[in-house]
Design a protein around this ligand. Structure first.
Ligand SMILES: NC(=O)c1ccc[n+]([C@@H]2O[C@H](COP(=O)([O-])OP(=O)(O)OC[C@H]3O[C@@H](n4cnc5c(N)ncnc54)[C@H](OP(=O)(O)O)[C@@H]3O)[C@@H](O)[C@H]2O)c1
Length: 337
């Protein structure tokens, strides 16, 4: 089994290296790719050094079985043919192919079998904020159909990549030194000591692309007509996204039944003792695999409504971990050469 990581130098690419090693992913060979900025850089994987190769239109993917791509939508669009033409399965972290009909959009805990039907040999990894939410809502969907979701997100700087994390740290340094943040490049406004109610580009509906991803991707993953209305907000934490989620089910549900379903769900950890200040927070979920849930309670404004809080490491379950779990699913099903 030969594995390729495209975008190895990035926040998600680096997480792939950690996760593949931690999980002892069954592989014999590894090849790393990047642009001219990182080509030639070396990274250590399981004690061995690997040099980043320049991603080019050639036959470098000839013997690759699985290519984990996390180098932005433009790169995925440009290189999909080069990556898949010799039979490699491309598991793509960008938003480029997610809503295309012949590309499955997969969270293994929910719709793993969708990955088995991939006419273009591309499998899309969903949007990070959406993955985290559906992992938590899917066990509840099994109790009663979820009709509507309202969600407000609290998304960390790392969601915008390695340079964005560095920019936030730089802004704090600049403010301490001069009283003013001078470096504002990756985010549309100063993020240090601030929150920004915009993630990704604004669309003509006045919802952002991130918010529209939550609407459409939730339907595609859950095979559902659920309608999701989101406000996605960038906050000044470094790692791990959080979400306040309000959802309406067809039948009213008891909080105890929801807590029970969540406590038994794969990939979910319930941390819910609000009377004793116990609920999950991003500092604790950072670096962990599960999505952590707490503050489960009845919605005061909607008889069939429930509200909860969740947090999870979006570079892990929201990106690299979910992609590796898709690959593990294919291997377990004997569905990869
Ligand atoms: N960060 C997250 O939480 C998160 C979550 C889910 C999905 N994603 C998605 O994952 C992708 C990567 O995100 P990231 O946060 O890891 O970004 P990042 O830290 O900015 O890293 C971007 C990576 O892409 C590579 N790259 C850019 N242009 C390239 C090209 N033309 N050819 C080859 N490699 C190229 C970069 O290599 P060089 O260093 O050589 O430029 C770098 O390794 C994006 O599509 C993003 O939307 C990110």
């Amino acid at each position: 089994m030969k594995v390729a990581i495209v975008g190895a130098s990035g926040a998600v690419g680096q997480e792939f290296l950690r996760i593949l090693a931690e999980r002892n992913f069954p592989m014999d060979d590894l090849v790393l790719f990047g642009s001219s900025r990182s080509a030639g850089q070396k990274y250590t994987f399981k004690g061995k050094e690997y040099e980043v190769k320049l991603l080019q239109h050639n036959n470098d993917f000839k013997d690759v079985d699985i290519a984990f791509t996390s180098a932005g939508g433009g790169t995925s669009a440009e290189f999909a043919e080069t990556i898949t033409k010799h039979g490699a399965v491309m598991i793509d972290n960008s938003s480029q192919f997610r809503m295309e009909k012949d590309v499955p959009l997969v969270v293994p805990e929910i719709n793993g079998d969708d990955a088995l039907n991939r006419p273009r040999n591309i499998i899309a990894n969903p949007n990070c904020t959406t993955i985290m939410m559906v992992v938590v809502l899917n066990p509840i969907e099994k109790l009663s159909h979820i009709k509507r979701i309202r969600i407000s997100s609290y998304q960390s700087a790392s969601g915008a990549g390695a340079a964005a994390m560095a920019e936030l740290e730089q802004q704090y340094k600049e403010i301490l030194a001069t009283g003013e943040a001078k470096t504002i490049a990756k985010f549309p406004h100063q993020l240090a000591y601030n929150v920004i109610p915009q993630i990704d580009k604004m669309t003509e509906t006045d919802y952002t692309k991130e918010e529209m991803k939550m609407f459409y991707e939730t339907q595609k993953i859950m095979h559902s007509d659920v309608r999701t209305s989101a406000t996605c907000v960038r906050v000044s934490s470094l790692r791990s996204h959080s979400e306040a989620v309000w959802f309406e089910t067809e039948k009213p549900l008891a909080v105890a039944d929801i807590r029970k379903a969540l406590s038994e769900a794969a990939g979910v950890t319930l941390v819910d003792d609000p009377q004793n200040y116990v609920y999950p927070m991003p500092l604790e979920s950072a670096g962990k695999d599960d999505i952590y849930v707490g503050r489960v309670r009845k919605d005061l404004a909607d008889e069939n409504g429930t509200t909860l809080w969740l947090t999870g490491d979006q570079i892990r379950k929201g990106a690299a971990l979910n992609a590796v779990q898709i690959a593990e699913y294919l291997i377990a099903k004997g569905n990869i050469k």
